[in-house]
Ligand binder design. Structure first.
Ligand SMILES: *Cc1c(COP(=O)(O)O)cnc(C)c1O
Length: 344
């Protein structure tokens, strides 16, 4: 069966991805800089991200589950992969034959893995109360005899000025030398911009893909993900006519509009109706966002045709501010009706 290209695509800037990683690696100082590629590389396509960043020199990758690890297929020879959710009983057949390491989070996971003698990472909870063993469990000798590559923790508030950052960093670095771990790692995108938090390995995700995790990154991190939609139909609205569900927009004068092939089922949510635009602000959205369609006013460029491609404005920090969604949701919500096309 032959498929036509989708009328909806993400244009992905591979050079920007690599440049973002290089900047983050530089800001990581002497620490190695890895890459979080969970949720299919935050929606970009994890295989493509791993391939590009491996060529750039990235060695350490992080997926959430063993299904995600398997979906990566054969890794580049230089790449190492850690599975953040650890290892369940039902994961053991896959996990023990996979080159990836589990990040052990619980005493049960430690017990399950210890008998394999295989390498692992370990997550320590230093105050987030999400995943990880307690500092007290380490002191009790729970990790004795494990072949630990990287001891990890995770910041709760690295994107803010919070006393918790320092508290977590001190609690974690106090474990240096208390285990056989070769490396210590606590910093995500925001964390690696905090003083002294890069340790031996950083684990950025969001910033690789163009998210601004802290104000310090503004001007250094470039947009990677550019949604583009094709015009399904264009039309002229006469003054006084309305567009879309609820007839929420009324043309105050004759207006040229284009109907684009994108909607809330693609992650382009209804809240975008209030502020969304295309063509670098030249074409404001008019009316509501439908499941598969939106309307834009194209008086600024009436030469646009049925079948032409239009750039949807998707500046992550601006869109997050306007929509109330996080930059993470804005990336991972982009659905599977987009073709993902790498420019570089
Ligand atoms: C997702 C994740 C990261 C990356 O976080 P960003 O905020 O996207 O940089 C790093 N470490 C862990 C444990 C994670 O779950």
């Amino acid at each position: 069966m032959v498929f036509a290209p989708s009328p909806l695509r993400l244009s992905l800037d591979g050079d920007a991805l690599v440049a973002n990683w290089r900047w983050l690696a530089d800001r990581s100082g002497a620490a190695a800089c890895g890459a979080a590629v969970k949720a299919d590389g935050y929606g970009l396509g994890a295989r493509e991200v791993v391939a590009r960043l491996s060529v750039a020199g990235c060695r350490d990758f992080f997926a959430a589950t063993w299904a995600e690890a398997a979906a990566l297929g054969v890794l580049p020879a230089s790449a190492r992969l850690s599975v953040l959710h650890g290892v369940r009983k039902e994961d053991m057949p896959l996990a023990t034959t996979s080159p990836a390491r589990p990040v052990l989070n619980t005493a049960e996971q430690v017990a399950r893995w210890r008998s394999t003698g295989l390498p692992c990472d370990v997550m320590i909870d230093t105050g987030m109360n999400r995943l990880g063993l307690s500092v007290a469990q380490v002191a009790d000798g729970l990790l004795d005899g494990l072949a630990i590559d990287t001891l990890m923790s995770h910041f709760a508030c690295a994107d803010e000025e919070s006393p918790m950052n320092d508290r977590q960093l001190r609690a974690f670095t106090a474990l240096t030398g208390q285990t056989r771990a070769k490396r210590m790692s606590i910093a995500n995108s925001a964390g690696l911009l905090l003083k002294g938090a890069s340790l031996d390995l950083t684990r950025p995700g969001l910033a690789l893909y163009g998210g601004i995790a802290r104000p310090e990154a503004t001007g250094h991190i470039a947009q990677v993900v550019f949604p583009q939609a094709q015009i399904v139909q264009r039309r002229r609205m006469s003054s006084g006519e309305t567009v879309g569900y609820g007839a929420t927009f009324t043309a105050l004068r004759d207006t040229e509009i284009a109907i684009l092939n994108i909607g809330y089922a693609d992650g382009y949510l209804r809240s975008f109706a209030k502020f969304g635009s295309a063509g670098q602000g030249r074409f404001p959205l008019v009316g509501r966002v439908s499941m598969d369609l939106v309307a834009i006013a194209i008086d600024a460029e009436p030469s646009l045709h049925e079948g032409d491609w239009v750039d949807i404005d998707y500046d992550l920090p601006l869109a997050a501010l306007a929509s109330g969604l996080s930059q993470y949701e804005l990336l991972t919500g982009l659905g599977d009706r987009f073709d993902r096309i790498w420019r570089h």
